[in-house]
Design a protein around this ligand. Structure first.
Ligand SMILES: *Cc1c(COP(=O)(O)O)cnc(C)c1O
Length: 434
């Protein structure tokens, strides 16, 4: 079984460039000149040799962008990953006892300290956290949920589907816009295992609405001997987030309000690696630890290392070293200064005007539905070549740049661009427009 080396792949790309030229000629075009064929072969080769998964510059202004990999990590978080990736580690080894240990021990102690939870466990993502919790605590029994919270998070994650895979039986109460405590009360039966509350992460019901506060649901659940589960979604753990984020539920508050088990993502407002973090009472978490699904949904050492480093930054009060919070807290003046500097440098290329432009960025793609922050962008005002064509060219540059288009302008929102990337961004714009 042999794989072709780079030489053989280069030959194949040259042949493909020639084949393309032949097809064009057969369709009646003029034969391309020699240089054009070489250029085309070179382009194909670069594409062929380039990694499939590459870094991109996120100029959308969306801080938690699911399609662009959600939260980027800072140097300390990355260092922790590199440290364990290339060596052996005490992943499942208890160094003081010299025998098998638990891979979860390292992170869960810190999760408990950050959130105030009695116990915790970590799985692959929050979807997995919801699945494991329902399977371990509610399988074969009923789970009550408001019709206003039967959500689809995106990417095939729908609460009713997860519920059915877990073996729990869904009991819907209330209506899309209004659910009352009495609706839950009436639905509780001897078969009820839990009440589940799901945070509306990616939508907002406005107008004539009513939902039951977590605290009331917790009190009802406790009184009737059922478990109260709270899917928080984004996992905010710091109360010194910018004001725009304060609508999101704090994990600590959810626990104080009486959630027996709460779950959230590691790569949304925690600003860490992809993970699902489950916090709650020890006797519940032990049931999750013993469930066979935990092995299926388990996280690897790199995730655990990144998570531990992330949690340490919170405990040390160094949240500015978490890129998510650095970006969220950058004030608009600073972004304006950077936008003006880039616009000043480029000004006008060909017939395309480059300007600094005030805008608003949304915090989350698929999370934080109405969180908007004032921001500044570099705006490109195309003439004949349309804005979407320009946007496409930026996506094809190296590194690719993802921008948004608003009213015929291409906007490069600097809130999500690292200051170190300003020069790269300016150079790419110059190349694309030049
Ligand atoms: C994002 C989200 C999920 C899914 O989390 P992943 O980490 O993407 O699997 C589940 N529930 C809620 C409420 C969410 O916001």
């Amino acid at each position: 079984m042999g794989f072709d080396g780079p030489q053989a792949r280069a030959t194949a790309m040259a042949r493909r460039a020639l084949d393309e030229a032949r097809v064009e000629v057969r369709q009646g075009s003029e034969a391309p000149d020699f240089d054009a064929i070489i250029d085309r072969a070179e382009t194909l080769m670069i594409e062929e040799l380039r990694m499939g998964l590459v870094r991109v510059i996120n100029a959308t202004g969306v801080i938690i962008h699911t399609n662009l990999g959600r939260a980027p990590m800072g140097s300390e978080q990355i260092r922790a990953v590199i440290e364990v990736a290339g060596t052996y580690s005490n992943l499942e080894y208890d160094l003081s006892e010299g025998r098998r240990g638990s891979r979860y021990a390292h992170a869960t102690r810190l999760i408990a300290r950050v959130t105030g939870a009695e116990a915790a466990i970590v799985v692959n993502n929050n979807a997995a956290a919801v699945l494991l919790t329902l399977a371990a605590l509610c399988s074969g029994r009923e789970v009550i949920i408001s019709r206003g919270e039967l959500v689809e998070i995106g990417g095939e994650f729908r609460i009713p589907d997860i519920m059915s895979i877990s073996g729990a039986r869904l009991v819907e109460v209330g209506t899309t816009n209004r659910t009352h405590l009495v609706d839950y009360e009436r639905a509780i039966s001897p078969d009820t295992a839990a009440i589940l509350k799901v945070h509306p992460s990616n939508y907002k019901v406005v107008g004539f609405t009513s939902t039951v506060p977590a605290r009331d649901l917790a009190r009802l659940a406790t009184g009737r001997g059922v478990t109260f589960l709270h899917d928080l979604g984004s996992g905010l753990v710091t109360d010194d987030a910018p004001a725009d984020f304060t609508g999101e539920p704090l994990v600590q508050v959810a626990l104080e309000d009486g959630a027996n088990v709460a779950m959230f993502s590691g790569d949304k407002l925690l600003g860490g690696p992809q993970a699902g973090i489950i916090v709650g009472h020890t006797h519940h978490i032990i049931q999750l630890e013993r469930h066979p699904l935990l092995r299926v949904l388990r996280v690897d050492k790199m995730t655990l290392a990144a998570l531990e480093a992330t949690l340490r930054l919170y405990l040390d009060g160094r949240t500015d070293e978490i890129p998510l919070w650095r970006m969220a807290r950058t004030d608009a003046d600073e972004l304006e200064r950077r936008a003006r500097a880039i616009a000043e440098e480029l000004r006008e290329i060909g017939s395309i005007k480059v300007e600094a432009f005030p805008t608003r960025s949304v915090a989350g793609g698929g999370s934080l539905p109405d969180v908007e922050v004032g921001s500044w962008a570099v705006a490109l005002l195309p003439d004949r070549a349309g804005a979407s064509e320009l946007q496409r060219s930026l996506r094809r540059s190296d590194p690719p740049i993802v921008a948004r288009v608003e009213e015929d302008r291409v906007l490069l929102d600097l809130r999500t661009v690292a200051p170190d990337d300003d020069r790269t961004l300016a150079a790419a714009i110059r190349r694309v427009l030049g």
